[in-house]
Design a protein around this ligand. Structure first.
Ligand SMILES: Nc1ncnc2c1ncn2[C@@H]1O[C@H](CCC(=O)c2cccc(C(=O)O)c2)[C@@H](O)[C@H]1O
Ligand SMILES: [Zn+2]
Length: 353
């Protein structure tokens, strides 16, 4: 697979600015963020796994022929997460990688059903992620919050289990802020999950389903009308429906755009064909995210470089993108003001240097 890591066509060398720009990431998956080192370490612990134990071999292993193949590979990595210690290690290391990219705040999407159904005790699972979250905040200064998502293809059993784990006060973790829906969209209509999203929203969680990644704009409409989405994961096909773009812009429903992900899963053919420019021109709030960075041969900094090229942004434009993510996040007002202030101070200092 060709490495996406450094976008050679960036208009100017903004990589140095991006590298130190304080950021927030809203669409990034827990297991999907496991670094090649972590994945190979876990694979070595489980010789029965088909996941390569050599980080270099993972680059080829993380090359996907289509979305279904991506999910198959994703689940082979999920299978490596077998103990609460695996969960703790993974979460802490993901936080370290985020901190290295100056991510001050991240909403990490976790699929607890996939772990509890594989035998990890639910209470131990929650304790592991919460321990890692508190350690990350005190050691790296990175604030983590959780999104629990339903793996939609696993159906209503997964929906029920995910909703129970997200709303039972004896179980739900302190860091949980939102509720999502992931996995394949084809053959997984969104309306069936309305009762579960209703329960999650009633429990104070924010609705952030994936939609319009591998299916058309009707899936995004369904996510808005049936699941009361406050933000949309990807929403790539929204560009096919001007009324939908106008609705997203009018109601300030942000799209969690993951450019390289869309190429790696073949949801979009080439970056130059990515609809992100149409989103911005329609006035839709866009945030930049990496989704499953090691699996897609990218990281958040590279996604900002891609956005700079596709949108023709300078430092101020990039700072605005970063502030978009902070603004539409579910962090408290004081936290938002703090990080937006950091972004402004950094950008002003960079431009005056
Ligand atoms: N770009 C993405 N777009 C969509 N999803 C994405 C993306 N990146 C990561 N994911 C994650 O992939 C998983 C999919 C898991 C799944 O489909 C499944 C199917 C059947 C059984 C089971 C099981 O566990 O028993 C799981 C989800 O956890 C989701 O959070
Ligand atoms: Zn995703």
């Amino acid at each position: 697979m060709t490495q996406h890591l450094v976008d050679p066509r960036a208009p100017r060398d903004l990589t140095a600015f991006i590298a130190e720009l304080p950021k927030a990431e809203l669409h990034v998956h827990h297991v999907g963020s496991a670094s090649p080192r972590i994945v190979s370490e876990l694979a070595a612990r489980h010789p029965d796994s088909k996941v390569p134990t050599d980080p270099a071999a993972l680059v080829d292993y993380f090359t996907f022929t289509d979305f279904a193949h991506f999910i198959e590979v994703y689940l082979s990595v999920v299978d490596l997460i077998r103990t609460p210690e695996d969960v703790r290690l993974l979460t802490y290391e993901v936080a370290r990688d985020l901190a290295r990219q100056q991510v001050r705040y991240a909403e990490l999407t976790i699929t607890p059903f996939s772990s509890t159904r594989r035998g990890i005790d639910e209470r131990a699972f929650m304790d592991a992620i919460e321990d890692a979250r508190k350690a990350a905040e005190s050691e790296f200064g990175t604030v983590l919050r959780w999104c629990f998502d339903i793996p939609g293809e696993a159906g209503l059993e997964a929906a029920e289990e995910t909703t129970r784990l997200a709303t039972d006060d004896r179980l739900r973790p302190e860091g949980l802020v939102s509720f999502g829906l992931g996995g394949p969209e084809v053959g997984v209509p969104r309306p069936q999950f309305k009762p579960y999203f209703d329960r999650a929203i009633a429990a104070g969680l924010h609705s952030v389903p994936h939609a319009g990644e591998t299916t058309g704009p009707e899936t995004v409409w369904d996510a808005l009308t049936h699941l009361r989405a406050e933000r949309i994961g990807h929403g790539t096909s929204s560009a096919q429906d001007p009324k939908l773009l106008a609705h997203l812009a009018e109601h300030r429903i942000a799209l969690e755009v993951c450019p390289t992900s869309n190429i790696a899963t073949r949801a979009v053919r080439t970056l130059d064909e990515h609809p992100i420019k149409e989103f911005v021109e329609a006035g839709v709030v866009v945030t930049i995210n990496s989704d499953d960075p090691p699996m897609f041969g990218t990281d958040l900094d590279n996604e900002y470089a891609v956005a700079a090229r596709l949108l023709g942004l300078d430092e101020r434009g990039l700072a605005e993108l970063a502030k978009n993510a902070v603004e539409v996040s579910f962090l408290d007002a004081a936290g938002k003001a703090r990080i937006k202030g950091e972004i402004d101070t950094y950008t002003a200092g960079w431009l005056d240097r």
